[in-house]
Design a protein around this ligand. Sequence first.
Ligand code: LLP
Length: 429
Amino acid sequence: MTAQMTQFPTLVEDIAGWSVEELARDYGTPLFVYDAAKIVERINDLDEFDTVRYAQKANSNLAILDLVRRHGVAVDAVSAGEIHRALAAGYRAGPGEPSEIVYTADIFDRESLDLVVTHEIPVNCGSPDMIDQLGQRAPGREITLRINPGFGHGHSQKTNTGGQQSKHGIWHEQIDDCLQRAARYDLTISGLHMHIGSGTDLEHLSQVCGAMEKIAAVVGPTITSISAGGGLSVPYRDGDEPVDISGYTKLWNATRQQLAEQFGHAVSLEIEPGRFLAAESGSLIAEIRAIKTMGNNLFYLADAGFNNLARPILYGAYHPMAICRAEREQRSEVGGQGQQVVVGGPLCESGDIFTQEEGGFVCSRELPAAAVGDFLVIGCAGAYGAVMGSNYNSKPLAAEVLLENGKAHLVRARQSFEDIIRGETIPPQ
Ligand code: LLP
């Protein structure tokens, strides 16, 4: 990948060659659209890793899981629901080289423990208790340990998964205790995994190599695989540079090499990206339904809100945005000039603003002039978009479309009102 600065257009007509207006007309809005080619491109960027394991929490639509599976990508599951999704998308349960599905979490709820036991799904343990709980039910297995190396970093404090403020992983000073627990149940520790945060920078990610070497030396030669976790960032803003994958791969290859020499056998290298594979492929199309001024602020209000894309309200996350002008006879009401606008959604909550900074501070963005009926296209919405959607304000979950091989496939139908109230009952009076 060449390091070039990203520039996002603010006026668009199409997504990967597909007319925004036609997509909106055919499938309605709000609508997530995923470009399969982009996901495949990102998978290929990681071809120096022995195993790419997709962190499906980023986007677990069955069609996306099926797509990455067809391109040789293994999958991570963090819940019983994600195990069911992986199985439904055609992944095989059970151990393997590499195992197609791995359960990674800090706890087992009762369903997930049952599932990993009955389907023999390999487990990456994020707490000492998980070692005991699995050992009691399935002694003699191989396990891997997710280690918290004592430091972490994320694009936001909420996505930092290392250090003592974080609940994730096994504390790096408790390896001896874990070795004893594993031995009690005849469990073999065959791998180590570290994920220090999501959307972090390469400098922090690189520090993980050193921590991995140290902990691996304590565990010893039962280790046959190491995982660099996820966390790779993607360009969300103009001027952001794509991450330097080859530099990153080199560092991890050196770590893998060093451990292989120390142990006298091959050590395989995994990476576990979510955002990197899915984010850039996705756009959220919404229709602008009202334009109004509040004092000095001009608001574009669209029919997608934080029920569809929660990243801005949760983390103050920045997403590129563009306007797509709808075909209409009268264009005269819209000037061509850019203007500072606040972009919000339909929800009955003042935090329902896409242009906000962490802490909830509303800001504005320069966008082209638009009229009601034009479309708002929010970019880089393929990761942690639809999966974090909710039914707040009784809004249906959005439809999702996958563009692949010249075809548009509806891969998730928009929820109906009946879907929203399914399972609710009024007690008899
Ligand atoms: N592996 C583990 C163990 C993780 O906890 C995560 C993310 C990943 C891999 C994938 O990380 P990625 O490659 O996507 O950075 N909702 C937040 C992100 C939360 C990430 C949680 N864990 C956001 O929208 O930024």
